[in-house]
Design a protein. Structure first.
Length: 67
């Protein structure tokens, strides 16, 4: 390998919006990476559905079919 051409590959701490933290390696500058969603709060991994309904479509559906 050629010297002096590769980026600095170092350990960083990843901090999620839910508060979960873990360590990984990256070539990003700095010692901390902030993310919005991780495996501890993502609906696919937690098996919890989050319904975001701004226009009331879910309520219209429930009223229409009497649920």
């Amino acid at each position: 390998m050629k010297k002096e051409i590769h980026p600095d590959y170092h350990e960083v701490t990843v901090v999620c919006a839910c508060g979960n933290t873990f360590k990984t390696k990256s070539n990003c500058k700095g010692d901390k990476i902030s993310i919005d969603i991780c495996n501890k709060c993502h609906p696919f991994f937690t098996e919890k559905k989050k319904v975001v309904d701004a226009s009331g479509n879910v309520e219209k559906f429930k009223n229409k079919y009497g649920l």
